[in-house]
Design a protein around this ligand. Structure first.
Ligand code: PLP
Length: 407
């Protein structure tokens, strides 16, 4: 993308005008959450001003308008992920809730004592803990795919972990710490050869690379809206219809029922069976707006531009003496994690903040990964379509100053 396009994009994100300690904000914490363009902010206000009424149950005009907007949003998200079946899209609060839903409901239907679940060493806690809870509940075992020094999964060991006791494989598409883009298509093919379904955590993939659930033939795919320019509190689970029909509801309440009698309750059809309670229809419509925003720019254009930024940042960061980049996979997304000598990541993050630069430090909710590398954590700069090479230049100069102060 050229300079003019980037300037236009930047002008669409009001928060980029903020001053932090009197310095222009440089926001490199996009892996944690992204900023919101004006069209998404407007859509939230529009929702409350023009279509706020509880959905699905109402016969009145406003309720029907809100219902239509929510269901259109489902279609937009489905199209974006590559399914034309709207019942395969379940709105959730985000990635975490979506994984908990699958771990619980799939676990109830298909898992028994002695069974196994396969995850990888580079998972976010939200793709570890729900499976551990299932393992505890059902007396099962969690198996872990290790990685090599570059931060790529060991596919031979992965194959060797699968057996007749494996019930599901759940791995991240892109690591939030290393930036590694995992070979998910291959991971899915290998599991499917043994009739094992696969969940892919797309939290760090959907904002950055094209995803097509049908092409991947994935069984479950999850992501969070707030990482792709939408508000917090909304995200989605894609699930193959056959699986969603085969597993029980996750939560009980309004919306998810067909009939309720004290003797017996029957459940609603898909997707409503998994959406108990009043859905976040303001959030879903704002998510659809964010998706349209991304589609207008083009996810391929975003991917190419962010790749350029990542390559540039990776090159420039190596000017810093004693720098160690954590995660050097051949296929990488818009993340550069690093350490400098013995300096604690937290100290670097604190001082960069005083210079107006937002990076994340610590274990990034991936403690087992950080422990496996034997480091205290990392400093993570993660980029988005509104970042620039000029910002990276300012960041590098600031980092040099910070390192000098801390050495
Ligand atoms: N999975 C990955 C790879 C992530 O990076 C994150 C958040 O950083 C999550 C899951 C959890 O997302 P959320 O907190 O939005 O549910």
């Amino acid at each position: 993308m050229d300079k003019i396009t980037i300037e236009k994009i930047r002008s669409e994100f009001p928060i980029l005008n903020e001053k932090i300690y009197d310095k222009p904000l440089i926001y490199f914490d996009n892996g944690a959450t992204t900023q919101k363009p004006q069209c998404v902010l407007d859509r939230i206000i529009y929702g409350y001003e023009h279509l706020n009424a509880n959905i699905h149950r109402g016969v009145h005009f406003l309720s029907q308008r809100a219902t239509e907007a929510h269901e259109n949003a489902r279609k937009t998200v489905g199209d974006f992920l590559g399914t034309d079946k709207r019942e395969e899209i379940i709105f959730t609060r985000g990635t975490t809730e979506a994984i908990n839903l699958v771990a619980f409901s799939f676990g109830e239907a298909f898992c028994n004592e002695g069974d196994e679940i396969v995850v990888s060493v580079m998972e976010h806690h939200s793709n570890i803990v729900p499976w551990q809870m299932l393992c505890e509940r059902k007396k099962m075992t969690l198996r872990v795919i290790p990685m090599n020094e570059k931060g790529e999964l060991d596919m031979d060991i992965y194959k060797s972990l699968l057996n007749e006791r494996t019930r599901i494989v759940s791995v991240t598409h892109v690591s939030n710490v290393l930036g590694t883009i995992n070979p998910v298509k291959q991971i899915i093919e290998i599991a499917h050869a043994q009739n094992i379904p696969v969940l892919i955590d797309g939290a760090q993939a959907v904002p950055h690379i094209a995803v097509d659930v049908k092409e991947l033939d994935v069984d479950f795919y999850v992501f969070s809206g707030h990482k792709i320019y939408a508000p917090t509190g909304i995200g989605a689970l894609y699930g193959k219809e056959k699986w969603l029909n085969a597993i029980p509801p996750y939560q009980g309440g309004g919306e998810m029922i067909a009939t309720v009698r004290f003797e017996k309750t029957t459940y609603n059809e898909l997707p409503f069976k998994f959406e108990a309670g009043t859905p976040d229809y303001i959030g879903s419509t704002a998510l659809a707006e964010a998706v349209r925003y991304v589609q207008e720019i083009g996810i391929e254009n975003i991917a190419a531009y962010e790749h350029e930024l990542t390559v540039y940042a990776t090159k420039r960061i190596q000017e810093i003496e004693n720098v160690r980049i954590i995660g050097q996979a051949d296929e990488k997304s818009a993340v550069v994690s690093f350490l400098v000598g013995e300096i604690h990541p937290y100290d670097i993050g604190m001082l960069l903040d005083r210079l107006g630069i937002a990076v994340r430090t610590g274990h990034h909710c991936a403690q087992p990964l950080i422990d496996s590398i034997g480091i205290p954590g990392t400093v993570r700069a993660s980029f988005s379509l509104y970042n620039t090479k000029e910002e990276i230049d300012v960041f590098i100069e600031a980092l040099k100053r910070v390192v000098m102060m801390l050495s």
